[in-house]
Design a binder for this molecule. Sequence first.
Ligand code: UDX
Length: 427
Amino acid sequence: MKVTVMGAGWVGIVSAAAFARFGHEVVCTDIRDERIVALNSGDLPFFEPGLFELVAEGLASGRLQFSLGTDETIREADVVMCAVGTPPTANGSADLSAVFECARQFGRASVKKSVFVIKSTVPAGTAQRCKEIIEEEQRLRQTNLSFSVASNPEFLAEGNAVRDALTPERVVVGCDSERYFNFFEELYAPLIAQNIPVVFMSVASSELTKYAANAFLATKLSFINEIANYAEIVGADPREVVKGIGLDSRIGPKFLRPGVGYGGSCFPKDVRALIASGNEAGYRFRILPEVDRVNTFQRVRYYEKLSGALGGVKGRRIVIWGLSYKPETDDIRESPALYFIDRLQQEGADIVAYDPRVKESIHSVFPALALAPSAEESLKGADALVLLTEWEEFSKLTVAEIRAKMLGSVIVDGRGVWKEIQNGLIT
Ligand code: UDX
């Protein structure tokens, strides 16, 4: 199949490279010239395990290309997939202007029966608006081509995206016209052959499924964080509680690790966007605003553990381990580290940070932040260590080994890495 993926961001590149592996002819487009030039020579704009190899394989086979988003890239495509960003607006709702621009271009350029697929995370009702835009464009050029607008959300977790794209647990397709189901059966044929479920549903259900999945996982995290906070007061060990409830198959063991809370480009944004689209539709979510509040509160709580243990952070040398919002990515969006560094700077601490992947990019937010060349090096003269991302290299060191290299002894474990540390703090 000929597939055009609009948007060479994280979702677009991963999806395009996966479709090329599935055997399709894929063009991934963007409006940024320098990005396209870099991608065609195999340079990725971010780190994602296994993606470099997958993209290189696609480029070498000739099945994957990167191109500026011209009308030609749309014309002959069977499937045009929209994977552009939907950043938050001031009230938390998703900014859909880039999605609508893609729909407009599809309506203007397409010359054959094809399907416009929304992979970007968008509120229910967006596909319907795209359909109207495409119809309007077709009217303007006096054509009446057969097309469908479908929703096919991604469930890619950063750090694991290549595996999630090549062997997902399920594929969700929202398509209101059965006449277009065969497009998806062909697109995902290699997955169907492996018995991976491709679930067809209405477009609106599919749009909501993406938000519901992320909001549910975020709720699970805020729930376990509240249980952990309470456990601390009554002398229970949250890790034991997690084991006890996680063995119940109705609950499951995953996404129950308490700590400084979730970050990243999805959970915070999607929870707020779902609240905003609920409000627009006349439904006020009760749980979700609390999920967001609990999450915001977690980082404050852990910060106060640090500051309380040191009797104030002014003039103290504080080491931050982990700047990305989770391991195996260099993404710092909504990372708890940003909150810590900002507040530590305001309160006059002497900060040094180390992250195995995040280097200069942190200087766009904190230009003067000192970065250590290694984890061990960072500990010299440290009054306290704060772990905010559970990179594997950190957990390989024991608390005793770490303390032996520090000046002080305070460790805040924001991710529950070390068994010896109860409730995230050892003094
Ligand atoms: C998430 C969804 O998992 C993915 O399906 C969706 O498409 C995009 O959003 P991502 O944000 O990349 O993916 O990471 P994920 O692994 O889900 O973690 C999200 C956040 O939750 C991270 O900050 C992580 O540190 C935190 N987390 C996760 C916990 O605090 N505890 C846990 O037990 C699990």
